[in-house]
Design a protein around this ligand. Structure first.
Ligand code: ADP
Ligand code: F6P
Length: 324
């Protein structure tokens, strides 16, 4: 087990997610309460390499728990994927007295955290991504806000879809994962949901489904399409040509990443952020914080990154059953 730390750095990396600010606040205040010094690294690993490092006190994180985005800013940084970049990052940490680091981000950010830990900086990852695609954890900070934002937007599109008796293809985020799409599929009562983990690119099945639904009196047809499938606009053109049903595509985009975090994201950000500090105080390193069976736990990052995550087949099944 690595040694206990004295100065804790915190950074956010990869895509921003609602609730990251709650996690930053928790890291800062928990660490200060434990008698540690805290430094905020701006713009993720890019800011670390540029030495964009500021002292944090309890007032640095005032009035942020309700705000979306991340007050530390975030970035994607190619230089940090090289061993030279990682060693430079570790040297900069040492220069600033940072012997512990909390990295809030997705699995890409955890690969960076793993490298920082290997360079001698005690590092703990906190899962922050709207995609819910980190295998070791049942929850990632930002998912709840994003899925509720998408759900509310889809409800609005549905009004128009019903009024005009149209088919609507609505594309949601999630990178290669279908969690946001599946949840919207169930929560919005969609007629079809296209997930990267499940979709077989059989458009004829979609066409048949639309025609069958018209026969049983459905006035709209909502297709939730995951970003990992994409091509919503061209799909809409082909489906309209094949069915004769007016079809429109809506790509929800970055609105899903913004906005004030829900209570769940504020809660999980707060608990996971504080837990990361507790890990560092116990001398832990190369760990990732996770929620498992409603308990906050931590995993070895190497093991966490090797795990696989699958969609819940029962949820997928009932999405279709309940839409008939
Ligand atoms: P996320 O953390 O949301 O998955 P990315 O995959 O874009 O987002 O990763 C965020 C950043 O983490 C990257 O821009 C890069 O700086 C760092 N990173 C990603 N993969 C690695 C890697 N294999 N080694 C070191 N750093 C990495
Ligand atoms: O990881 C969050 C996410 O919004 C994904 O759903 C999406 O694929 C990606 O980030 C978009 O990244 P960028 O902000 O670089 O366009």
């Amino acid at each position: 087990m690595a040694n206990e730390v004295h100065t804790i750095g915190v950074l956010t990396s990869g895509g921003d997610a609602p609730g990251m600010n709650a996690a930053i606040r928790a890291v800062v205040r928990r660490a200060l309460t434990e008698g540690k010094q805290v430094k905020g690294i701006q713009r993720g690993y890019a800011g670390l390499l540029q030495e964009e490092i500021v002292d944090m006190n309890k007032r640095s994180v005032s009035d942020i728990i309700q705000r979306g985005g991340t007050i530390l800013q975030t970035a994607r940084c190619t230089e940090f994927t090289t061993s030279e970049g990682q060693e430079k990052g570790a040297e900069i940490c040492k220069k600033h007295g940072i012997d512990g680091m909390v990295v809030i981000g997705g699995d890409g950010s955890f690969r960076g955290a793993q490298k920082l830990a290997a360079c001698g900086i005690n590092t703990i990852g906190v899962p922050g991504t709207i995609d819910l695609d980190i295998a070791c954890t049942d929850y990632t900070i930002g998912f709840d806000t994003a899925v509720n934002t998408a759900m509310e937007a889809i409800d609005k599109v549905r009004d128009t879809s019903t009024s005009h008796e149209r088919c609507s293809i609505i594309e949601v985020m999630g990178r290669g994962a279908g969690f946001i799409a599946l949840w919207c599929g169930v929560a919005n009562g969609a007629e079809d949901v296209l997930l990267p983990e499940k979709y077989d690119y059989d458009e004829q099945r979609l066409v048949n489904n639309i025609i069958e639904n018209r026969k049983i009196g459905k006035k709209h047809h909502i297709i939730i399409n995951a970003e990992g499938i994409g091509h919503s606009t061209s799909m809409a053109r082909r489906i309209e040509a094949a069915t004769g049903v007016e079809t429109r595509a809506t790509i929800l985009g970055y609105m899903q990443r913004g906005g004030s975090p829900t209570a769940r994201d504020r809660m999980m950000g707060s608990v996971m952020g504080a837990y990361a500090v507790d890990c560092l105080c116990r001398g832990k390193s190369n760990r990732v914080v996770a929620l498992r069976e409603n308990h906050v736990v931590d995993f070895d990052i190497d093991e966490a990154l090797a795990m696989n995550k699958s969609l819940n087949d029962y949820e997928y099944d009932i999405c279709y059953t309940l839409a008939r």
